[in-house]
Design a protein around this ligand. Structure first.
Ligand code: MG
Length: 361
């Protein structure tokens, strides 16, 4: 008897069910995913304050600074120029409670004027350059420690100098985990392009994101070589220099963050280019993906170039950053509102996505 031909199973439509989604954004994302499904279209996420609440680079820096593994005294003098800031006077590496105070000031080194479209770029690079001489294994160990602060009995903050400097421990937004899961399930090519150091982001993907994706029923999570961040040239005992972009493809132990392998590489002071901040993120997309993304997601002016470059855009509007929302409104006036999806998020107090429309104006 001839067997009846089976109809191919109809692929499941995208459904985003987490409660924090804004209704309009949720429906727009579902439609977008259904429309692009099965074509391996590239989708690019920023990491800090887009996929997670908090900043993994700052949290890692905070852990290293509070434990004394990273101090002003061990940094080369030329790395941290003194500079004057309006209302703050002279900022020097030694003038703050600890080096994270210098970092925060250095995030706006040109604040004496109001025309700098890329104020954060040098601060982001500095936060990785200060890790010079550390082993990659020490960087990921600090990230692991930073993530512990997100769990009880801690209060979610990493205090560097008591009463003066503290940073939130990063934690994934459940809605974004669900979105990544749906994108992978519907056969999109998902990437992360971050201005944090690449090893910390990769550790969080392997140990915090991928287990959550498995809970969503996925067999495979995000691949190590689909995580791009700031890195330096690396050196090993034989004195060779290496680039992260090559190691992650050619050395399975390195890609898997194997402790013994990571112990054999130390960071140098020299950055790998292009550096993924602002338009550098487009340069990274060009080099690694070679195609215009179908969808990009981001939360800060450092993401504006790649968002504009992308065919569709998801903006995570942090309610505590009205300045960012004002800049976004200016950008939308230039690009037109087509392709923009906006999702509000609270990053202090009761953190998480807020389903009410975001105040972008
Ligand atoms: Mg961000």
């Amino acid at each position: 008897m001839a067997s009846a031909k089976r109809k191919p199973a109809k692929s499941r439509r995208c459904k985003l069910e987490s409660p924090g989604w804004n209704e309009k954004t949720r429906r727009a994302l579902e439609r977008l995913i259904d429309r692009g499904a099965g074509k391996n279209l590239p989708v690019v996420f920023d990491f800090d304050n887009t996929l997670v609440c908090g900043d993994v680079q700052e949290a890692t820096l905070a852990v290293l600074a509070r434990s004394g593994r990273l101090t002003a005294a061990r940094l080369p003098e030329t790395l941290s120029p003194s500079f004057r800031l309006p209302g703050k006077g002279l900022v020097t590496l030694q003038s703050g409670a600890d080096l994270t105070e210098y970092y925060e000031a250095f995030l706006a080194p040109t604040a004496h004027g109001d025309r700098d479209p890329t104020p954060l770029a040098n601060g982001y690079a500095w936060a990785v350059e200060v890790l010079e001489h550390l082993r990659v294994s020490e960087v990921v160990a600090a990230t692991r420690e930073a993530c512990e602060f997100a769990r009880a009995p801690h209060d979610g903050f990493i205090e560097v100098t008591p009463g003066k400097t503290r940073f939130p421990a990063p934690r994934f937004y459940p809605e974004m985990v669900e979105l990544v899961a749906e994108l992978i399930r519907h056969r999109f090519d998902v990437w992360i392009i971050s201005a944090s150091n690449v090893w910390s982001v990769r550790w969080m993907v392997q140990h915090e994101l991928n287990p959550r994706l498995r809970q969503h029923g996925l067999k495979q999570g995000l691949r190590a070589d689909h995580v791009i961040g700031i890195s330096t040239l690396l050196t090993d005992r034989s004195g060779r220099l290496y680039k992260d972009a090559l190691l992650v493809r050619n050395d399975p132990g390195y890609a898997a963050l194997d402790e013994k392998t990571l112990r054999s590489f130390r960071l140098t002071s020299r950055l790998q280019f292009p550096v993924p901040t602002y338009s550098g993120k487009i340069a990274c997309i060009f080099d690694a993906i070679g195609d215009r993304p179908y969808l990009c997601a981001g939360d800060s002016p450092g993401d504006h170039p790649m968002l504009v470059y992308s065919r569709h855009r998801l903006w995570i509007a942090r309610l505590e950053k009205p300045g960012y929302q004002k800049k976004l409104a200016q950008l939308i006036r230039k690009t037109g509102s087509a392709g923009w999806m906006i999702q509000a998020a609270r990053t202090r107090g009761e953190i998480g996505f807020v389903s009410a429309p975001a105040p972008v104006a």
